[in-house]
Design a protein around this ligand. Structure first.
Ligand SMILES: [Zn+2]
Length: 89
């Protein structure tokens, strides 16, 4: 497996993309940010794979959140996404 190296595409760093993913799935980001994330996903292999893996999970969470409050689930997931990436140096 290729090690994940944060890189810069579409005006966003990988870490920023992963931070935005939960909000994106929850529909809480504006059109501009969404376009930037999508541009990054097209250019960045690591995030495309990451995004694909988590998008399904996040979508399921967002669906569940519609029935009951997420109670910090998205926040915990956000922290996990960050932990999966090495810190930007
Ligand atoms: Zn990336």
């Amino acid at each position: 497996m290729t090690p994940l190296k944060p890189s810069f595409h579409g005006g966003l760093w990988c870490t920023e993309v992963l931070e935005l993913l939960p909000d994106l799935v929850a529909g809480e980001v504006g059109a501009e940010e969404r376009a930037a994330v999508e541009a990054h996903l097209r250019a960045c292999d690591a995030c495309a794979r990451f995004g694909g893996r988590y998008a399904g999970l996040l979508t399921a969470l967002a669906e569940a959140a519609r029935q009951e409050p997420p109670a910090g689930v998205l926040e915990r997931l956000r922290l996990r996404l960050r932990a999966d990436l090495p810190p930007t140096r």
